[in-house]
Ligand binder design. Structure first.
Ligand SMILES: [Zn+2]
Length: 293
């Protein structure tokens, strides 16, 4: 657990994302939920020992940020309107109950008994939604919840001015591999500019250690490197399969190793990134061609 502000904490040592919380004078506000069921339950019981958890704000629909929601049955979940729409689809993509049980038997036996547990029957998607921004006042704290599409379409940042902190979810991967498998890279670059414009000292990324705004340039460069790499191949008419067959010099685009027990996805991720960016660049090229014609 790392302190990131006078009353703000993030957990950077769990398997999954960096779930975080702010202790207000009227209970806790959480950002994302611990991925592993045993971590989620332990975390909730420890917090509730001191004060109620008023809100849980999700930054994005990826399973490592939302699958723990199920263990916070009494908490109001907040999310961008598109996140509410796609919540269960993403959770199902993360595996059926049976898949999860098998996975936890291998990776995290302490969590097995909590998969499909009758006390936690619902996935607990957002019930309080917003389109562009939402401000919540809890105790003496302000939570500016902002739609910053990029890494995913519903991507959301949570800016807490009293703490000088912004929680970005996976629009920032601090010194671990960036996942561009479904991003809109141009929106992502725009989101990074908008995050840079916030009055904050500390950025809590979706993965990796907390950092400062100085890192945002490097994050943008990684997105630009990937776009440039795939674009050169799109220009010469190569298909995603051809690009992958020729070999992708991954560390020339992104120098960082994959983090948080995700090593088994390293090579698969490269394929997903090339396919996603190829499709988006081709779409852009065709749209430009249509306009010119
Ligand atoms: Zn993500």
């Amino acid at each position: 657990m790392r302190r990131v502000g006078p009353n703000s904490f993030t957990e950077i040592y769990f398997a999954g994302c960096n779930p975080s919380f702010i202790e207000t004078s009227d209970g806790y506000v959480m950002i994302d939920s611990p991925q592993q069921p045993i971590d989620a339950v332990r975390w909730r019981e420890q917090l509730e020992e001191k004060a109620p958890i008023r809100y849980l704000i999700n930054t994005e629909p990826h399973g490592d940020h939302i699958s723990g929601n199920a263990y916070f049955t009494k908490t109001t979940v907040v999310g961008q309107v598109k996140l509410q729409e796609c919540f269960d689809r993403y959770l199902n993509a993360f595996g059926s109950l049976e898949d999860k049980r098998e996975r936890y038997k291998q990776m995290d036996p302490d969590s097995v008994w909590l998969v499909g547990h009758p006390d936690y029957p619902a996935s607990n998607p957002p019930s309080l939604t917003f389109t562009d921004t939402l401000t919540l006042n809890v105790g003496n704290h302000t939570f500016n919840i902002i739609h910053h599409p990029g890494h995913t379409a519903p991507q959301t940042s949570v800016h807490v001015p009293e703490e000088g902190v912004v929680f970005t979810g996976d629009n920032v991967f601090h010194k671990c591999r960036s996942w561009l498998q479904e991003c809109d890279p141009w929106e992502w670059l725009d989101a990074l500019d908008r995050i840079a414009a916030l009055d904050v000292e500390i950025i809590v990324p979706g993965h990796g250690e907390p950092c400062s705004k100085a890192y945002l340039k490097e994050q943008a460069q990684i997105v630009e490197n990937w776009v440039g790499f795939v674009e050169r191949h799109v220009e010469r008419g190569a298909s995603p399969e051809e690009i992958l067959k020729e070999g992708v010099p991954v560390t020339q685009q992104d120098p960082y190793p994959i983090g948080q027990r995700l090593f088994m996805h390293d090579e698969r991720l490269t394929g997903l990134i090339v396919h996603n960016l190829h499709k988006r660049l081709l779409g852009k090229k065709e749209a430009a061609g249509t306009r010119a014609g």
